[in-house]
Design a protein around this ligand. Structure first.
Ligand SMILES: [Zn+2]
Length: 96
């Protein structure tokens, strides 16, 4: 699997966890859906392409300020909870 697809999957899971716990939404609420679409779109246009690392260690983050703040919150909240859903390797990679 390409790195970028892996990152997309993780992103989707993280936003879902966040929305379910924080917004009590069964699926994704409108705000989280917009954030997810934004993030997926940024990934598709990532200038590092196949060689990219995870966005949280990117040397030149491409998110705008508002979305950057939101995604940080999502990652801070859902990152530790991912341990219950995903293999340890992924978590290590993500949090290292
Ligand atoms: Zn939400």
């Amino acid at each position: 699997m390409r790195k970028i697809d892996k990152e997309k999957r993780i992103l989707i899971v993280m936003i879902k966890i966040y929305c379910r716990k924080k917004h009590r939404s069964q699926d994704l609420c409108e705000e989280c859906r917009a954030l997810l679409n934004y993030a997926l779109n940024r990934l598709d246009h990532c200038r590092y392409g196949a060689n990219k690392g995870f966005c949280n260690h990117c040397p030149s983050p491409c998110y705008n300020q508002a979305n950057q703040a939101k995604i940080r919150k999502v990652m801070g909240f859902s990152g530790p909870r991912l341990i219950f859903y995903h293999p340890v390797m992924v978590i290590r990679h993500l949090l290292s």
